[in-house]
Design a binder for this molecule. Structure first.
Ligand SMILES: [Zn+2]
Length: 298
């Protein structure tokens, strides 16, 4: 009898012990085993892109990556490693910025720094331009149109493919012709409107065939006030390329195009001071110098 009572006490005690400590959630178990390396320290030119490998120690938890407050496409990290394209703003010429993982455990948001980038000033030049009056001083009608187009573009950018790459080869420049305007220059239009050049201009006779810089999905093929007939391709990983002032579309919105597929013919539509191709490259919220993407490979 004494033995039975003793056993009973033991069972009750162990039961109560179990009750006190509720089992850890999967997230908690994972958070205890997460190992973060020392933050990567690197450098980047303003208005450029850099491909880096970051340790991604998460499995069940879904973490997001933010650099200088902008979300960066993580793709599908494999074997604890994420290959990401870090872009830097054209307008931040000095200093540094941090990249951090943001994730939630038990409804508490956590942040862990993974990389720091020191900015190297690209020293972009100043340029003065003369354009037709209707583009220097906009009518109310033009402003209305431009606002609508901008709102639509914002939706296109917000829907960027971030969980995968649609391309398997390095990016190529669309033309081999002379560059008539470099990326990044500050611009003064007719001595009044200040702006900056967010892409690269290639010399192109009207009707020149324009190839896609890489495989991707056509997410815009429309005639816009400033950029004229415009094509935007979403390549995934937060990367988009834009082709402006075209004369004729060869693709439509929704089309998947292989690298070097002819997407349009060049022209002189929109705000353009002569026939040329404006090539824009956007990586995670920043218009960057397309040539920096070519040199980064995949
Ligand atoms: Zn341009």
């Amino acid at each position: 009898m004494k033995k039975i009572i003793y056993m009973l006490v033991l069972v009750i005690t162990s039961c109560s012990t179990l009750k006190k400590e509720s089992p850890l959630s999967q997230q908690e178990v994972e958070s205890k085993s997460l190992k973060f390396p020392k933050a990567l320290v690197s450098s980047i030119n303003n208005g450029a892109v850099k491909k880096v490998q970051l340790i991604y120690p998460f499995q069940k938890i879904k973490a997001k990556l933010f650099c200088a407050g902008h979300e960066v496409a993580l793709g599908s990290p494999k074997d604890g490693v994420a290959n990401v394209y870090i872009s830097s703003s054209r307008h931040k010429e000095t200093g540094s910025f941090w990249c951090e993982y943001r994730f939630t455990i038990n409804k508490i948001e956590k942040k862990v720094a993974v990389a720091k980038f020191n900015i190297i000033d690209s020293n972009y030049p100043l340029r003065t331009l003369t354009v037709a009056k209707k583009y220097a001083k906009l009518s109310d009608q033009a402003i209305e149109r431009w606002k609508k187009e901008t709102a639509h573009m914002d939706l296109v950018y917000a829907a960027a493919i971030t969980d995968r790459a649609l391309f398997t080869k390095p990016f190529v420049k669309p033309l081999n012709s002379k560059i008539t305007a470099v990326y990044g220059s500050k611009r003064v239009f007719n001595d009044m409107k200040h702006s900056w050049h967010s892409g690269v201009d290639f010399r192109a006779r009207p009707g020149t065939k324009i190839p896609a810089a890489n495989r991707g999905r056509v997410v815009l093929a429309r005639d816009h006030f400033f950029t004229g007939k415009t094509v935007i391709i979403d390549h995934g990983m937060g990367i988009m390329t834009m082709y402006c002032h075209l004369s004729e579309f060869k693709v439509g919105e929704g089309d998947i195009v292989p690298q070097r597929a002819i997407i349009a013919l060049s022209g002189n539509t929109g705000r353009s001071s002569g026939p040329h191709l404006h090539w824009g490259v956007r990586v995670n919220d920043h218009w960057i110098n397309g040539f920096s993407l070519l040199s980064e490979g995949i």
